[in-house]
Design a protein. Structure first.
Length: 359
């Protein structure tokens, strides 16, 4: 994998939206290690504790702090940079927050994606575009079968529905302006990538399970969980990021063969309940207690969700490297080391990337 990624991204221009977010910061560091020339486009991090600031992310890219809904700024940033690759991670990513700001969630996630693809239409050179959505784009029937890329899209909550809308936008633009049958003319490879619930060091967001676990363990208070029986495809953040990077490399060689939508998730046996995840984290941490929050009148959240990753494993030859226990162990080790001020956030991420590559 290392040789493939080195040969693909070294010296290339990569436009990265959402570079100040959790996943975006990890991808920024990885692309920087690969020798890419990076331009980031995102909102300002919310506070000094955000991972982007912890790892001095601004030193690794040309950073544009702007809103995805500012179509003029977005277009000018892309066209002036003339990227070889675009990784679109910028989003309103929280399910519960989407109930508070539903219209904004649709505007950022769906219309923002349209604005980006509109800018790509005006690029004169070839470009590989990886658009990150979510595992929650599927019409969730709460069944035991994992969802495949050609299953029906849907979305109960505004976040999930907004990402399903983004998938429809991507499909429309692909057929209308970036049709594979006319690739020799437009030279744009457009795909969507759907990943599950990621965990990893440096995530301090509200209403996400690992930050909530870590804050509770650090404060020596019980870990309070809203939906303990909810099943999710948990995976370490480097798993889907490796998938995105490998997908970009493959598209760079054969845009038509590797088009479409792609799932990146764990093996079936690593789909764990929230309760299982919390108890594994407590065991690894060495202390702590679990409690069911039993909150009333809470907004709807899916109870069961699994992804089918056969397309990625069979066609990309991408395979998960970490099982759930390893992913949780690596994540908590990151937080422990950072809390004890043993190693900087940037060094911890670099170490984790290098360990993952050689795993």
């Amino acid at each position: 994998m290392q040789e493939l990624l080195d040969n693909t991204y070294r010296g290339k221009k990569v436009f990265l939206t959402g570079h100040t977010g959790f996943k975006g910061s990890w991808l920024l560091q990885w692309l920087h290690l690969l020798g890419a020339k990076i331009k980031g486009y995102a909102l300002d991090p919310q506070n000094k504790e955000d991972l982007y600031n912890q790892m001095n992310g601004a030193t690794m890219c040309d950073s544009v702090i702007a809103d995805l809904r500012d179509s003029h700024s977005l277009e000018q940033s892309i066209l002036s940079f003339e990227p070889d690759f675009i990784f679109h991670l910028a989003a309103q990513p929280l399910v519960r927050l989407s109930y508070d700001i539903p219209a904004d969630t649709f505007a950022v996630n769906a219309i923002g994606t349209a604005y980006l693809l509109d800018a790509v239409r005006k690029l004169k050179q070839s470009c590989v575009v990886i658009l990150i959505t979510t595992d929650k784009v599927y019409e969730n029937k709460e069944w035991v079968y994992p969802y495949r890329e050609n299953d029906r899209l849907g979305g109960y909550d505004p976040y999930s529905a907004s990402k399903a809308c983004a998938e429809l936008v991507i499909n429309s633009y692909t057929k209308s302006f970036f049709n594979p049958a006319d690739f020799s003319h437009h030279q744009k490879a457009i795909v969507s990538a759907r990943a599950g619930n990621v965990i990893g060091g440096g995530d301090w967001a509200t209403d996400r399970i690992v930050p909530d676990i870590v804050r509770s363990l650090q404060a020596n208070v019980p870990v309070s969980v809203r939906n303990p029986k909810a099943v999710r495809p948990w995976q370490h953040v480097l798993e889907p990021l490796s998938g995105y990077l490998q997908l970009g490399a493959k598209l760079n060689k054969d845009a038509i063969r590797f088009g479409g939508a792609w799932n990146f998730g764990p093996y079936a046996e690593d789909n764990k309940t929230v309760e299982e995840l919390v108890k594994m984290a407590i065991e690894i941490w060495g202390s702590g207690k679990f409690e069911n929050a039993k909150l009333l009148n809470q907004p709807h959240e899916a109870g069961l969700l699994r992804l089918d990753i056969n397309k990625a494993t069979n066609e990309l030859h991408w395979f998960p490297k970490y099982n759930a226990a390893k992913a949780i162990s690596k994540t908590l080790a990151w937080y422990k080391a950072y809390t004890l001020d043993i190693t900087s956030a940037r060094e911890l991420i670099q170490e984790d990337i290098k360990a993952y590559i050689h795993a």
